[in-house]
Ligand binder design. Structure first.
Ligand SMILES: [Zn+2]
Length: 200
């Protein structure tokens, strides 16, 4: 899991306009194609891809055109439960479709005790901005970054609920490492790509 230093900086006029939307309407606003929504989404995606080196914040799989996994804006506290934080940059990181998707994170409630101030919430999940992930999660072989283990209650909760040690996520990371080998033949790459496609 990635440790992120800073969330996206979004134009203040855009933020003001989005924050003025009634809290209960913010989740629906997310799906509208207004200029402010488009500007907000672009800012968090551009920032996330750069800050995260085109990797999923949770499983660290590579994202983008060459990597087969697409990049999604993931609400760390899900907008289904916490509509007021739909447009809070600190609540958004870039994730792959497997981690962000319906069968894994979806509307999983990541907050144990809610506080009025976002930063003061008691999060169940290891928070990429507010926590230091290396205190909670590590790879069995740091240089290989394939098999993940939890080091704390929060780390174990995150791994279990986001299925970060599941067969699919672990195999995706292993295939990523294999594909980094420049000595592979095209046939070998094709085989790996076919196997990866079947994992999603
Ligand atoms: Zn992922």
């Amino acid at each position: 899991m990635l440790n992120l230093q800073a969330c996206a900086t979004v134009d203040l006029n855009v933020l003001d306009e989005l924050q003025a939307v009634d809290d209960d309407a913010k989740k629906a606003e997310w799906s509208r194609q207004t200029n402010s929504v488009k500007a907000f989404k672009k800012a968090v995606m551009d920032h996330g891809m750069a800050e995260q080196d085109s990797k999923c914040v949770w499983c660290e799989s590579k994202l983008g055109l060459e990597a087969r996994r697409s990049a999604h804006r993931d609400h760390i506290a899900p907008k289904e439960h916490y509509r007021k934080w739909t447009f809070l940059p600190a609540n958004i990181a870039v994730a792959c479709e497997a981690c962000n998707g319906f069968t894994v994170k979806s509307d999983l409630d990541t907050i144990a005790v809610e506080a009025p101030n976002y930063e003061e919430c008691d999060f169940r999940v290891v928070h990429p901005y507010l926590d230091n992930p290396v205190e909670h999660i590590e790879f069995v072989q740091e240089e290989k970054k394939v098999v993940m283990v939890g080091l704390s209650v929060k780390g174990c909760w995150t791994i279990k609920n986001l299925q970060l040690d599941g067969t699919a996520a672990t195999a995706r990371r292993a295939f990523d490492r294999i594909l980094e080998d420049n000595g592979l033949s095209n046939d070998q790459r094709e085989l790996i790509n076919q196997a990866m496609a079947s994992l999603l």
